[in-house]
Write a protein that binds this ligand. Sequence first.
Ligand SMILES: Cc1cc2nc3c(=O)[nH]c(=O)nc-3n(C[C@H](O)[C@H](O)[C@H](O)COP(=O)(O)O)c2cc1C
Length: 416
Amino acid sequence: MTSVGHAETRGIGPSRLFACLRADLGVFCSQELMEHTLAILEHNYPSIEDLRRRAKRRIPHFAWEYLDSGTGEETALDRNRQTLDAITLKPRALRGKIAPVLETQFLGRDYSVPIGIAPIGATGMMWPGAEMDLARMAADKRVPYGLSTVATRTPDEIGPIAGEYGWFQLYPLGGDGVQEDILKRAQNAGYKTLVLTVDVPINSRRERQRRAGFNMPVKMTPSMILQMMLRPAWLMGIAKHGQPRFKLMEDYVDSRSVADVAKRLGPEMRPNPDWSVLDSLRANWDGQIILKGICNVEDAVQAQDVGIDAVWVSNHGGRQLDAAPGAITVLPHIREAVGPSYPLIYDSGVRSGLDVARALALGADFVMAGRAFIYGAGAFGPRGIELALKILSDDLANVMAQVGTNDLAGLRDAIK
Ligand SMILES: Cc1cc2nc3c(=O)[nH]c(=O)nc-3n(C[C@H](O)[C@H](O)[C@H](O)COP(=O)(O)O)c2cc1C
């Protein structure tokens, strides 16, 4: 990265304003200017929480509440944070040269950092065009991006952009041949890694989201229209990218109406299958399968026993069961049960590189973040997504130096 003097990036006066404007308008004459802009943004918005605050001011309230909320009283959401915050790492001194290496291999592929983008439904509603921006950034920075079944773009559109860094997330689907057809489309689009999400046996109640008027099926109200009018940057994005739609699912319900799709995506198309679903999945998927949304030892061991390639430990970011344990508290027990070399992914509550380090220390091989990247998108569009990854990566490298390890495996010693 181009070195930028401290005074230039201090965040006062016009340089910050122009950096924000450049990020908003996507005006970059050169790579150097782009890096300069990112450096200024990073100086002024050094944490995910900074991005979150700015995103909140730019995303319409109903969409914000969909993104930021948990379920129930949001105790699971809070618990994810409390349990992560409670994990301390052992600082080490006089460990010699500091040069942390973040590059890693996972499921046979190389990634620049052990960090990826978790699947987020309706991403393009929270920030227009975000699925394309996430896919571009994933391919450019060599990190995985999980495209949701209920994204506003299809795997056919996103697969070629994300390339080998694309993972496709599937909710188990009913309906005549729907699931099979979607899997075929995903494979034709180049996806080789399938993520089956199994922690949504039923839509959770999401009270905060409902209070904001964002109900299923979606019904546009005068209040929502007003909320959109109050967010000009978001509106400009909609003008450019079009109204957000569940583009993949609408192909199977013969309707472009978000309300129709949401209605059919209820019990009719979302059965809650048992473990036998994996047999039919294997018959229709020629690639790796990851099981996402495991938050107990028994299910993790069963997944390993039936030959799933990796387990993704998660409580869906506190959005499903409000009494769920902090996902990070379950992770070390799962690691112990599945042995040292079985591939494990962690998500839920990750807001810093320190959180990534905590999860790696407790047994994860790879760590995903959901909201953190969408806060970035809402704050600064594509530059914000990049900034979110930079914040997480730089912080991880910093923590590794503090605990005296240059390699990711060494983080496991920091917990003892
Ligand atoms: C707004 C929102 C939408 C989500 N949609 C999906 C989805 O479509 N499929 C899925 O598997 N997980 C979905 N998740 C869960 C994320 O993949 C991930 O597990 C969670 O966000 C991790 O917690 P974090 O946001 O604290 O990082 C969603 C999460 C959020 C916040």
